[in-house]
Design a binder for this molecule. Sequence first.
Ligand code: ADP
Ligand code: MG
Length: 217
Amino acid sequence: MTLDLAAVVAWMSLYGAQLEVHKQHLIELDSQIGDGDHGANMDRGFKKVVELDPVAFASPSDYLKKVGLTLISTVGGASGPLYGTFFLRLAQTWPGAGSDEPAAQTDETAALGVALRAGLVGVQERGKAVEGDKTMVDALAPAVAAYELAAGQGLAVALRAAADAAAAGRDATIPLVARKGRASYLGERSSGHQDPGATSLALLFETACQALGGDRA
Ligand code: ADP
Ligand code: MG
């Protein structure tokens, strides 16, 4: 089984390290259309996640649930509950969750697509954002759609397609006018700036390629 506890822990540890690298950039982006805390919020939350001891968890689902709860209690802002909800939904639907059957006997790649879709639905239920509102949904929704389209070609290809779509969605937030979150207070003046949440979300998929998809490029 590829999507086991070790793989998910590796994903979170890689993402935590990348957030440290990109912290200043995320702070700058959020300073332009928000209150400048997104980089610090995410870095603080995922530092706590990386500190979790994998030995304490029996399955990827157990671990992902703790990740979600940790993010809700430490990230704060709008993004804490949203990222938290994303990971709680992954916990409920991760390949192998709630079944005694080894996930290797099912199609793991398709099963991860179901989990990612559930994560997106959770974020949208919680934050009520749709595509085009200039939020993390603008990276997440195309990533999930691209993953589903490419799932027949295997995990590595599907994750690469998702990461590329997330990056394109992130870039496409630049001209948009924000309709949700703090940036929406700026109205038309939010146009011309890249959304910080879409930026951190694209990074999450990029690290998934490396940690879950075996993409070492
Ligand atoms: P805050 O805006 O409370 O300071 P952060 O700076 O940590 O929180 O996160 C801001 C990001 O959260 C935005 O860039 C946007 O991507 C995302 N966001 C804000 N509101 C929503 C929402 N309703 N739905 C989805 N994403 C949202
Ligand atoms: Mg902020």
